[in-house]
Ligand binder design. Sequence first.
Ligand code: AHR
Length: 508
Amino acid sequence: MEKITLKIDTSRKTARISPEIYGHFSEHLGSCIYDGIYVGESSEIPNFHGVRRDVIDAFKAIHMPVLRWPGGCFADEYHWRDGIGDKSARPSTINTNWGGVTETNAFGTHDFFDLCEEIGCEPYLAGNLGSGSIKELMDWIEYITFDGKSSLADERRKNGREKPWKLKYLGIGNENWGGGGTMKPEYYANEYRRYQCFCKDLGENRLYKIACGPNAADYNWTENVVKNLDGYMAKGISLHYYTLPTGTWEHKGDAVDFSDEEYYSTISRALFIEELIERHTDIIRRYHKDMALIVDEWGCWYDVEKGTNPGFLYQQNTMRDAIVAAINLNIFNEHADSVKMANLAQAVNVLQALILTKDEKMVLTPTYHVFDMFKAHQGGELVFSEFDVNPECEASAEITGGEGMPKVPLLSKSVSVKDGRMLVTLSNCSLSEDAEVSLDIAGFDSTADAGAGSLKASARILSSESIRDHNTFAAPEAVVIRETPVTADKNTITIIVPAHSVVSLSVE
Ligand code: AHR
C-alpha cells in the first residue's frame, strides 16, 4: 500500500469555489427532458407541474446550483415561441439533431423557469444565434425578465406568470464552430458583438453573458474570439470537452464492458482537461483579466447502449464514471480562479447522466453520488494542498489516452474550507493499488469540541468490487455511498483510499 502525505495549509486561500462548478445540463435530446424530467401533468408518476417529483428531489439533494437548457445543438434550432401558451396548440417540430423525432414543445419556457425555481437553482439559457435572430432573442429576454407594461410581459402574464423570472446566465450560441452554424471564429465574434449589444438588462435583472468557446484544444478559436471582444461584452467564454475512451468518434467504447486498458485511457483523457483549462485561460488572460471559463459541457461519451436509438445517446454509468467525475470536479476546484461554471452532460438519461429513469423507476448513478459527496465544496474557499509524492498508477505506466495525453497518477484531490469546516475530496485512480493518505494540516482552527485541540473528522466513500459495477433498475443500490473509518488526532488525519474509489473527508 502506498503511504502518501497530503500537506494542507488553510491559511493559504486561493479562490472561492463558485457553486456553479457543480452545474448541470438538460437538452431536448433522447429522454432527458421527455420521460426523464417531464412526464406531463396528467402522468401517474408524482409530478410538480408535469416534472417528476423524484427527479426534483434528487436535484435538490445535491444542491444543484444551475441548470442549462434547451441545448446543446437543439438550442441553435430552438424558437422559444413554439414552447409557450396552450400546450395543445403548440406546433410540432423536428428534432433534426437527435434522432429526427417529433418535438411536441410541451416543455417550454414556463416549465423550465418554474422547475429552476422549484429546485432553487439558477437557470442558464442557451440562446439561438445559429438559426435564430437578434429580435427573437431580445423578445425572449423581455418575455422572461420584464416587470413593466409591454405586450411581451403581458403575454407572459396571460400565460400564467405575473412576476418576471430572474435570468442571469445567458449563452449566446452553442458550438457555433460546428452544428451552431459552422462559423469561423472571427465571424462568430462579430455576430456575438451584435447579439450581445441587444441583450439588455431590463429592470433589476442583470445578465451574465457567455460567448461560445472552443471545442477541446481548438486554441485558434479561443484566441480569435476573445481578441475580437471588448471586455464588457462577455463575462465568460465556454469550453466543451468530452472524454472518449478511445479518442475516436467511430468506436468510442462500451459504457460497461471495457478493458483495463480502456479504463486507463479514459482516465488519462479525462485528466487532459487540466491542460485545456490552463492553456485556454492563458489565452483569455492575454486579452481580458476577468473573463471566466465556463465548461458548459463535459463528461464521458460512450457508444450508445445496444438496442437503443443511436440519436438518443443513452449510456450506463459505472464506477469508472465516478472516478472521471471526481477527477473533473477536483480539477475545476483547483482552477476556481478561472473556472466559474461547469455543466455535466447531461442531467438525466443522456451521456454521463446523474439519473436514469424507466417509467416510474429512477436510478441514481455513481456519478450522482460523487456530486453528493462533493457538494460541500460549493461556495468554499479553495486552500493550498500538495501531495509529498503521487506516483503514476503502476498498471498505467505505459498507457495513456494517446499522444499528448497525461500519465495517470494514483490520486486526485482538492481541499476547501467553509464555515469552519474543511472538505477534502480524493479519488484513487488505480485499479489495484490502495493508498494510505495522511493529512498534514496547518493553519486550521477547529471549531469542534473534539477535546485537547484535536480535530474531528468523518468520511464517506464510494467504492465497489469492480470498476464496472453500476446501478440498474433491478439493483439500484449496487453502488452507494458508505461511511468509512478515519483516524484523527491533534493535527494529523489518516484514511485508507482503496483502489478505484472516491472519498470525501469532512474535518472540523
Ligand atoms: O451533449 C450532446 C451534444 O454534444 C450537445 O448537443 C452539443 O452541444 C455537443 O456536441
